[in-house]
Design a protein around this ligand. Structure first.
Ligand code: GRF
Length: 236
C-alpha cells in the first residue's frame, strides 16, 4: 500500500527515514504525506532498535522497514554497511535521521553528502549530543529549540538548514521543555523535507543553498509554522 495520497510519479522524492525510538517525527512526515501536504514517498524506515515504536508506525502506514541490532555485527562499520546497503536498494533522494541515536560512519556520510539530514533537539551549535533539555535548563538558558542540519562526519555539527525557537520558563524541567521543543520539531521537519521535495535546497561547498543562493543564516520556523529567511516567509 502506498503511503501517499498524491499520484506517484518518477519526480516524487523518495525518502528513507532512520529512527531509534518513539518515531513522532516519522509520524509527522507520514501524516503530512497522507494529508497531501508533503509530496514525497517514504520508501523505507530503518532502525537500530528492533521493536521500537517507530517501526510499528511505519508498518501501520504500509512502509517497508529494516531493523537490526548492532550487537549482531562485529563492528560499527559492518552494521552501517548492512544498513546503507538496504538503503541503496530503495534509492532514496533524501535520508532523514529522525530520532536516530547512532553516529553514522564516515563512508556513509561521504556517500550521501547533501542528501542526508538530521533533526536535533537544540539550537545548534549549542548542546550537541544527548540530554539537551536538561543542559539548557542547568545553564539557565532563556530560549532553546530544534535544528535541522545536513549530516557530516561530526556529531550534530553539519551545516544548519532551519531552526525552531521556544522559550524556557522558570518552572521548566527536561520533560516539559522537551515536549515544547518536540511540538515544534514536527512542523520544522515537515517543511524542510518539503523544500527538498521541491528541489529548493542544496549543499554546496559545505554551505546550505536555497533557491540557488547561499543561506546567510538558518531558516526560522515562525509560530504559524511558516519558514522565514531574515523574517521573510519563503513559502515552503
Ligand atoms: C526528538 O527530540 C529528536 O530531535 C531526537 O529524538 C527525539 C525523539 O524523536 N533526536 P522521535 O519522537 O523518535 O521522532
Amino acid at each position: 500500500m502506498a503511503n501517499s495520497t498524491a499520484p506517484q510519479d518518477d519526480a516524487t522524492l523518495r525518502v528513507a527515514v532512520l529512527a531509534s525510538g518513539t518515531g513522532s517525527n516519522l509520524q509527522a512526515l507520514i501524516d503530512a504525506v497522507a494529508a497531501g501536504m508533503l509530496r514525497v514517498r517514504i520508501v523505507l524506515v530503518c532502525s537500530d532498535r528492533p521493536g521500537c515504536q517507530a517501526l510499528a508506525r511505519a508498518q501501520a502506514a504500509g512502509i517497508a522497514t529494516w531493523a537490526r541490532a548492532p550487537r549482531e555485527f562485529a563492528s560499527r562499520a559492518l552494521f552501517d554497511e548492512s544498513l546503507f546497503s538496504a538503503i541503496a536498494d530503495v534509492q532514496p533522494g533524501l535520508i532523514v535521521c529522525a530520532g536516530y541515536l547512532r553516529l553514522i560512519s564516515p563512508f556513509a556520510v561521504a556517500r550521501h553528502a547533501g542528501r542526508m539530514i538530521n533533526i536535533h533537539p537544540s539550537l545548534l551549535p549549542a548542546y550537541p549530543g544527548l540530554d539537551t533539555h536538561a543542559r539548557a535548563i542547568a545553564d539557565g538558558a532563556t530560549s532553546h529549540g530544534a535544528s535541522v542540519h545536513f549530516v557530516n562526519a561530526a556529531l550534530d555539527a553539519g551545516p544548519l538548514i532551519a531552526q525552531a525557537r521556544v522559550p524556557v520558563y522558570r518552572g521548566d524541567d527536561a520533560p516539559t521543555l522537551g515536549a515544547r521543543v518536540l511540538a515544534r520539531e514536527h512542523p520544522l521537519l515537515v517543511r524542510v523535507v518539503g523544500l527538498f521535495a521541491n528541489r529548493r535546497l542544496r549543499l554546496r561547498d559545505d554551505a546550505v543553498w536555497l533557491d540557488q543562493q547561499p543561506l546567510p543564516q538558518p531558516l526560522q520556523l515562525r509560530d504559524d509554522d511558516t519558514l522565514t529567511l531574515s523574517g521573510t516567509p519563503i513559502d515552503a
